[in-house]
Design a protein around this ligand. Structure first.
Ligand code: TIU
Length: 221
């Protein structure tokens, strides 16, 4: 398949490509979660949900592999480095009790993927303790077992978990495409900079495209 992308066309084979949805969990998108405890206005992020949903629906219809991630720590915080928990002056720290349960802890209400993008049975759901989706997770092995060489990225936030995951993937040999209107940051100028730097220098980290360009490729295939 052929997507009109930047800085040049992105080619992929559906059977060797996974859609990776980064951290579309209530913690980042709804008030009362980790994103807000860091001092962010979380209202900006909700706007990408319809575009993410349209891509997810089309990708499921096409039979493509779907991976969902959540930034999540074990209840005993044994996978949360003190450096991460103690950094800065958040209103609540990781593990503290908040309005959507314990902050960034697996299984708590705030840690669930938002209903519009809820995983279906058979889709991969990975809890990741880091910003990158490959760090301390079995993601690479799972993708290798499925013969995956290409990754399409959506999710939040662009310059934190999405960019980190895309860089990790690029170093592991995957060809990566970021869907620009399916990712968002609390800082629009960081999103713009991240999108630009990822695709610079001849797709140094990967490609970028609008979701309509991917949907068009899927329709014409
Ligand atoms: N703070 C922020 O922008 N993001 C994160 O902490 N995690 C993710 O990006 N998922």
């Amino acid at each position: 398949m052929h997507v009109h992308a930047q800085p040049f066309a992105y080619e992929f084979d559906l059977a060797r490509t996974a859609l990776v949805i980064i951290d579309m969990q209530r913690d980042f998108i709804e008030p009362g979660g980790f994103g807000e405890t860091l001092g962010n206005d979380v209202a900006l992020l909700e706007a990408i949900v319809p575009a993410c949903r349209a891509v997810l629906d089309a990708w499921r219809d096409a039979g493509g592999l779907v991976v969902h991630t959540r930034e999540a720590h074990k209840a005993d915080l044994s996978d949360c480095p003190p450096a991460k928990r103690l950094r800065g002056k958040p209103s609540l720290r990781i593990g503290d009790a908040g309005p959507m349960g314990r902050i960034l802890v697996a299984g708590e209400p705030g840690n669930q993927i938002i209903p519009a993008l809820a995983p279906l049975p058979g889709e991969i759901v990975l809890d990741k303790p880091g910003k990158g989706a490959f760090h301390a997770t079995p993601l690479h092995e799972l993708l290798q077992q499925s013969g995956i060489s290409h990754l399409l990225f959506m999710g939040v936030t662009t310059e934190v978990c999405v960019q980190t995951s895309m860089r990790e993937a690029n170093d592991r040999g995957y060809d990566c495409l970021l869907l620009e209107d399916c990712t968002e940051s609390y800082f629009p100028h960081f999103k713009a900079a991240a999108v630009e730097m990822l695709r610079a220098q001849g797709a140094i980290i990967g490609w970028t495209a609008n979701s309509t360009q991917l949907l068009e490729a899927l329709r014409s295939a």
